[in-house]
Write a protein that binds this ligand. Structure first.
Ligand code: CP3
Length: 343
């Protein structure tokens, strides 16, 4: 056990903890009435991300309600493009939007001003460490270069990230420059989060699954490895979870290739394959978020299957992607209770 009894951190150090610690991606969010209330008087979504007081409050809400083993900083992966003056906005019903970037925009990218812009987020991390129970692991995060780049190229979310895939074929040099630039500024951002009190950080490569084998290596693995190497060069003990959603069989060497301590698994990863991956290091996941919406037997069966196959090794229980707004908060209580009664 870590001196502070932070169970998620123990698993990241390779230990098996029974029952496994649990937190949920997007655990602070619209399914919680208290989040909707804070959000309503915060102004815009980005105003909420940049208010240390309100961002701390919404981070703590799911901890108070469910006692999760980890709190994840409330922010968004798109604060990086926002800090790069891409005019990011979140409009109700449209998802995120920003000014699409082109070759000349990529050539002009500069890290100047990013640290200043992200100061309120770092202030939130410091506040959280002061206000959280000592046994709660505090997680920071950022987006992986590929995933952030997909939004920067298209200027909005798309179902298959075709604009970024096309851009990468048409302008390979500019695209690699964009990925390396994002890897470097994101590494600095993660180091700041760690210095402010984050116990571990998660890198979200939510769009890894749209890449072919060669592109996965070039656009997902390589920039994430570059980011992790940059963080570790400065903070050798940094604990890092890498989540490449939809990567399937390509996850086989992902942990070693990126240098992450643990890998996040989405719900499409077969548990037999997850068990193979777990022989080699900690895994996190991978309940289908729709089981939390459904509740009842579907929820119980999904939980039990994961615990049965992965519960004897280093596991951080989580969903396979973020919890959705239509999830019933009572089902989340049921989930936590069932995981905690294991073993
Ligand atoms: O997990 C947490 O509780 C921490 C906060 C967090 C948010 N976004 C808050 C958020 C984290 C870790 C993220 C990561 C994020 N953001 C990712 C990677 C993980 C994933 O879900 O794939 C991505 C791709 C984004 C970009 C993003 N932000 C999108 C596509 C959207 C719109 C979709 C939606 O649900 O509306 C957001 C907005 C967003 N980020 C919300 C929250 C709580 C909802 C905005 C609101 O409250 O109005």
């Amino acid at each position: 056990m870590s001196d502070l009894n932070r169970k998620v951190l123990d698993v990241l150090n390779g230990k098996t903890v029974t029952p496994p610690p649990i937190w949920l991606m997007r655990q602070a969010g619209r399914y919680l009435p208290e989040y909707r209330a804070t959000r309503a008087h915060a102004g815009s979504f980005l105003d909420l991300c940049y208010s240390p007081e309100l961002a701390t409050e919404v981070t703590l809400q799911p901890i108070r309600r469910y006692g999760f083993d980890a709190a994840i900083l409330f922010s968004d992966i798109l604060v990086i493009p926002d800090a790069l003056n891409r005019n990011v906005r979140f409009t109700e019903g449209h998802g995120p939007q920003m000014d699409p970037i082109d070759e000349s925009g990529i050539a002009a990218l500069s890290p100047e001003g990013i640290t200043e812009h992200l100061k309120p987020v770092i202030e939130t991390v410091s506040r959280l460490r002061r206000e959280l129970p000592t046994e709660t692991t505090l997680l920071g995060f950022c987006g992986a270069p590929w995933t952030v780049a997909t939004y920067m190229i298209a200027g909005h979310g798309t179902p298959d990230q075709a604009p970024a895939r096309l851009f990468a074929y048409q302008y390979p040099e500019a695209f690699l420059r964009l990925l390396d630039f994002l890897a470097d500024v994101s590494a600095d951002y993660l180091v700041s989060q760690i210095d402010a009190g984050a116990d571990a950080v998660q890198i979200f490569d939510s769009w890894a699954g749209v890449l072919g084998e060669v592109e996965f290596e070039k656009f997902s693995v390589r920039p994430v490895a570059r980011m992790i190497a940059s963080v570790r060069a400065r903070r050798p003990k940094a604990k890092i979870i890498a989540f490449a959603k939809g990567a399937g069989i390509l996850l086989k060497n992902y942990r070693q290739a990126t240098g992450a301590d643990a890998i996040g698994l989405d719900w499409s990863v077969p548990l037999s394959f997850a068990a193979e991956l777990q022989k080699d290091g900690p895994v996190q996941g991978n309940l289908d978020p729709m089981r939390v919406v459904a509740g009842g037997r579907s929820l119980d069966e999904g939980i039990d299957a994961i615990l049965q196959v992965l519960g004897q090794g280093p596991l951080i229980f989580n969903l396979g992607h973020g919890i959705t707004p239509q999830a019933d908060p009572e089902h989340v209580s049921d989930l936590v209770r069932r995981v905690r009664s294991f073993g």
